[in-house]
Unconditional design. Structure first.
Length: 220
């Protein structure tokens, strides 16, 4: 029998047939476009993130404003507390100073009614020295006398007890009891006699009418 020779082809086999399959049965030659597309978030998600960021910015700005307001309130409160403390310390001795004023009044009356023959005596000079020292202590604490005679009567500083006819209306003509200020507050109002501008013949007398009963007002 004759043998039949089968010719062998020297051409390479189809690469597609020889190449091993890729993962999940796909060819390894496919491009990476689907993977890149999966890394980019969709447009609705970007809008949601942007909106959330703006809300957080607004919220943080609100927190900052509230903190700044609270800090300003605390500074104002601290300042007011310090002012109240200073004022309390400033007027803490007001009652004590008020109780010293009658002693000052008694010494002044004693000098007014003292006989001229007593002038120059050692003990009289000693009492006068005590009076001046007491005056100096009160002045050092901020106590000063309220002006009266020749000034216009002011209910804030003066208490009119008597009225004088024929004198200029509203003007103080006599100081019945001295008044004193303690720094910028009235420690005791001055008790005074005030003119009311009428002639002596037109009224009931030159000084017969009394005003409201005078009472000592207490300081702070």
């Amino acid at each position: 029998m004759e043998s039949i020779a089968i010719p062998m082809s020297t051409e390479p086999m189809d690469q597609n047939l020889s190449a091993p399959p890729g993962p999940q049965g796909t060819s390894s030659q496919q491009p990476d476009q689907p993977a890149q597309a999966a890394q980019t978030p969709p447009e609705p998600e970007v809008e949601s993130l942007t909106k959330a960021l703006e809300e957080e910015k607004t919220r943080s700005q609100s927190f900052l404003s509230n903190w700044q307001r609270a800090q300003a309130d605390y500074i104002n409160f601290k300042r007011r507390a310090e002012q109240d403390k200073d004022e309390l310390m400033r007027f803490a001795n007001g009652m004590l100073l008020l109780q010293l004023l009658p002693i000052l009044d008694d010494l002044e009356r004693a000098f007014v009614v003292a006989d001229a023959k007593l002038a120059g005596l050692t003990w009289v000079d000693g009492v006068r020295l005590v009076y001046r020292k007491l005056q100096g202590i009160l002045e050092a604490q901020g106590v000063k006398e309220i002006p009266t005679v020749g000034k216009s009567s002011d209910p804030k500083y003066h208490q009119a007890l008597l009225f004088a006819d024929g004198e200029e209306e509203g003007k103080i003509v006599e100081d019945l009891q001295k008044g004193y200020m303690f720094h910028d507050r009235v420690l005791r109002p001055a008790v005074v006699k005030v003119g009311r501008g009428k002639l002596a013949g037109e009224g009931s007398g030159s000084q017969g009418e009394a005003g409201p009963a005078g009472t000592e007002t207490q300081g702070p």
